[in-house]
Write a protein of this length. Structure first.
Length: 321
């Protein structure tokens, strides 16, 4: 028996008119008549006595109607309970992210979320390798992707933002070794390299106007942990190519400076991805919204302090993929 049919029955009984009930429920009179007939066929009795002038409940209808109202009330209570549970911020969040995001920006953000929502529990998977949702027992992951790559993925997701990248070094390093101003000079410096899946990323692509410069860097350090590469850079032992998100606080504090700001590095995109839409919870939506707000704040600070220009970090609304 359909819940919608029960609502039609109760409205007909209240107004003693199929037409009036149909008008209030914004359905046709024929649809209301069919709904009533379906119920009468299922219970096997006539619930209304019809005359040319009026419509009134039969004896069977008078006995059935209170039970029908109780049933509908219980169903609505169940729906409200489910909706309330969905809207509450609680439950376990099993989340994966890179080592650098986990130790820095996300550590602080998630501390704030848990402080304001004590019914949320957190299980983090921190690794620079790509997580397998099912093997690693993860519900949601933060992933940096090449622009457009999310369109070809099999996951459901929210785009958080575009991510510009910088060449950067500490003031101490630049004072000692000089500041490169072009690709040829850059090649003479020590690069702090990121290594993933046995691949050392020592070829840096720089864009200058309509020109592309692919530079093979020399290095005495490489690591599969992005946060250690950042720390090496702060230590003053070389030049690194880093995400604006990961080095924003170092830039704002003066621990790092941009190198060759006239040369751009292709942007990537940060996405919050899940294996399916059904995995989205209010807690995950909250984390998504807080992360977007946090990153927008970092962007605004970098622009305000003239560390980057607005056009270098284009804003983008959250996109459901």
């Amino acid at each position: 028996m359909k819940i919608a049919d029960l609502r039609v029955l109760l409205k007909i009984a209240e107004l003693q008119s199929i037409t009036a009930a149909a008008n209030q429920l914004d359905i046709s009179s024929s649809a209301a008549s069919i709904a009533l007939k379906r119920i009468e066929n299922e219970v096997g009795v006539q619930l209304f006595v019809r005359t040319t002038r009026q419509l009134r409940l039969s004896a069977e209808g008078e006995r059935y109607l209170p039970l029908c109202q109780q049933a509908l009330d219980l169903l609505q209570q169940g729906q409200f309970a489910i909706n309330d549970e969905r809207q509450s911020i609680n439950g376990e969040v099993r989340m994966a992210m890179s080592s650098e995001m986990g130790r820095n920006l996300m550590r602080e953000l998630l501390n704030d979320v848990l402080a304001h929502h004590p019914d949320v529990t957190l299980r983090l998977h921190i690794s620079d390798t790509q997580v397998d949702f099912y093997r690693d027992g993860v519900d949601v992951a933060l992933r940096a992707m090449i622009a457009g790559a999310a369109d070809e993925s099999n996951f459901y997701g929210f785009k958080i933002c575009n991510i510009p990248h910088f060449l950067c070094a500490s003031p101490q390093y630049l004072a000692k070794h000089g500041t490169p101003t072009n690709p040829s000079e850059l090649m003479e410096h020590n690069a702090l390299l990121y290594k993933l899946y046995k691949v050392t990323h020592d070829s840096w692509l720089l864009l200058h106007g309509d020109q592309e410069h692919k530079i093979k860097m020399t290095s005495n350090r490489a690591c599969n942990d992005g946060d250690l590469v950042r720390r090496w850079c702060v230590d003053g032992v070389g030049i690194a190519k880093k995400s604006a998100i990961d080095v924003a606080q170092d830039m704002l504090a003066g621990r790092l400076q941009r190198v060759m700001p006239d040369y751009q590095i292709p942007v990537t995109e940060l996405w919050l991805v899940l294996p399916s839409r059904q995995m989205i919870t209010p807690a995950i939506r909250l984390i998504r919204d807080e992360l977007k707000q946090k990153i927008n704040g970092l962007r605004a600070e970098l622009v305000e302090n003239h560390i980057l220009a607005e056009h270098e970090w284009p804003t983008d609304e959250s996109i459901e993929g």
